[in-house]
Write a protein of this length. Structure first.
Lengths: 85, 447
């Protein structure tokens, strides 16, 4: 069986992307606070943190699907180009 | 057979039927520590000043019970049926209480009581003999309704302190007579309205007092069961004695056996007894020869145009039992111990946003749906009245209060009024059902 090797750079990149998702989730929370005229304490309150932190992996998952689709399209395009040449 | 003859026949009869005793639940695991409990209650109530509005709590402020013989309270239990045995077990856990005597004219009940009691209490078949014991401080009465008045009066006449299970008595006149005798005696007289000693009910009363739900506009109370209420498995000669709740000569049925608890709460929360009531009842399910209705529905009128609606039935238990205190700003459900605001504070912004997205994605919008959708019951969770409800529904605490009051020899303030008002209110409902007319509060009686 062939070992799957994930380079360290890739791991760091995924962590960085997930971090962006967490920031995005907090951004969504901030927008909701403004939109629904709620106190800013909700940004870090115990009642909202679980929801915010749940949004981050969902965003990461959705982003992963988009990245997968982009990757697939790129792969197909590259294959077509290499066949023509 | 007239009532007095029945009473003579059953003098000393224990309450709830023997031979068919349901298993007695195990005693509460821990003894009540009065001081800690009072502190806890003061927290629940918001401040200890609130406790001054609960005068019946005063015996619980007594000093801890010592080991001196003078600290011992010697009690007798009359009626060792299911309820009597439950009280007996709790009394055995009550500090400073000694069970000196047990009485029941049904041998199986009496034996069950003797088995549960520690030590060697004296056993009696006739309560009048028991009351002759000179060293007995008080009695706990857990017998059928029609025996409450004669037993209470006899005990008070024998200078014994009295704890009697609800409801107070079988008729208006008896209620008044017992109240008068209790007041005149200067002895402790307590009725088994354990909700007076329930932390959740007290918390609810504090909330109502503070205006949390606005002024009370209505109280709805119901007690639903799906059982015949009939005890079986004994010789037919015991039918009336053991199924006394089903026969008018011994009981006023659902109104006194269940409704009196809720009427007591209604009187307490509304601060006064009802002015009048109208009610209906019938036997529409358990047509087994019983005399008492298997469903009752009564509306009570109180001051300021407020109403209490009570119903009880024995053919459906989906809604169980509840007392709902309704006001313009909220609802309190006492038995489940929760409060629901009419306009609860909005959810956090992020939660609102998620809910909105969820609705847009998944909600099916009915086309031409019923116009009453906005009036359907809101699916609100509310909040608990007490964060950590006690395992004691107030029954154990009320016995501690009784024992302390007996030890101090001081009557429990307010208790006779609670007993009288709830006893009369429960009977009013039954009389209205029987007579098919509005029954007014018997203001002519002098309790």
């Amino acid at each position: 069986m062939k070992d799957l090797v994930i380079p360290g750079r890739r791991i760091v990149r995924e962590i960085w992307i997930f971090g962006q998702c967490v920031l995005f989730a907090f951004g969504v929370n901030a927008c909701a606070i403004v939109g629904y005229e709620r106190p800013w304490s909700e940004l870090v309150s115990l009642s909202t943190l679980p929801v915010t932190l749940a949004i981050a992996p969902v965003a990461y998952l959705l982003l992963g699907i988009v990245r997968l689709l982009i990757g697939a399209v790129r792969f197909l395009l590259r294959r077509r180009v290499s066949r023509k040449s | 057979m007239d009532l007095s003859r029945r009473r003579r026949e059953f003098a000393g009869l224990g309450a709830d039927a023997a031979g068919v005793n349901p298993p007695v639940p195990p005693p509460t695991p821990k003894l009540l520590r009065r001081r800690a409990f009072l502190r806890e209650l003061a927290v629940i109530a918001g401040s200890s000043a609130v406790l001054t509005k609960l005068p019946w709590w005063s015996p619980l402020r007594a000093d801890p019970v010592g080991d001196a013989p003078s600290d011992r309270v010697r009690l007798g239990v009359i009626g060792t049926g299911s309820r009597g045995n439950r009280l007996l077990r709790l009394l055995l856990e009550t500090p400073g209480v000694e069970i000196a005597a047990l009485c029941d004219d049904y041998e199986l009940n009496l034996n069950a009581g003797l088995k549960n009691a520690r030590g060697r209490p004296r056993a009696f078949a006739d309560y009048r003999r028991m009351l002759e014991m000179p060293d007995l401080d008080g009695v706990v009465i857990a017998t059928p309704l029609y025996l409450h008045a004669p037993m209470c009066l006899a005990a008070l006449a024998a200078r014994k302190h009295v704890f009697c299970e609800k409801s107070l008595a079988y008729s208006f006149e008896e209620c008044a007579a017992v109240s008068r005798a209790a007041r005149a005696s200067g002895l402790v007289f307590q009725i088994g309205h354990q909700r007076l000693y329930s932390a959740e009910f007290i918390r609810a009363h504090v909330l109502v007092d503070s205006g949390a739900i606005g002024p009370i506009t209505q109280i709805r109370a119901y007690w639903h069961r799906n059982s015949s209420w009939r005890r079986t498995g004994f010789s037919p000669e015991y039918e009336h004695r053991l199924n006394w709740r089903l026969y008018r000569a011994y009981s006023a049925g659902l109104m006194t056996e269940l409704g009196s608890h809720h009427m007591h709460v209604a009187n307490w929360f509304l601060g006064a007894p009802p002015l009048s009531c109208v009610g209906y009842g019938s036997i529409n399910h358990w047509k087994d020869g019983r005399e008492m209705d298997d469903n009752v529905n009564v509306i009570y009128r109180y001051r300021d145009g407020r109403h209490v609606i009570f119903d009880s039935m024995l053919s459906n238990r989906f809604y169980g039992m509840e007392v709902q205190i309704l006001g313009p700003h909220g609802t309190i459900e006492l038995e489940s111990g929760r409060m629901y605001a009419e306009n609860p504070p909005p959810a956090p912004g992020i939660v609102q946003l998620v809910n909105r997205l969820e609705k847009r994605l998944f909600e099916v919008i009915p086309v031409g749906g019923p116009s009453w959708v906005p009036d359907l019951k809101q699916d609100a969770k509310g909040r608990p009245l007490v964060e950590e409800p006690s395992s004691d529904d107030g029954t154990a605490t009320q016995l501690v209060a009784f024992a302390n009051a007996v030890r101090a020899g001081r009557p429990i303030p307010g208790m006779i009024e609670h007993a009288y008002n709830s006893g009369i209110a429960a009977l009013m409902g039954q009389f209205s059902i029987e007579q098919g007319r509005e029954i007014l509060w018997p203001a002519q009686l002098k309790p």
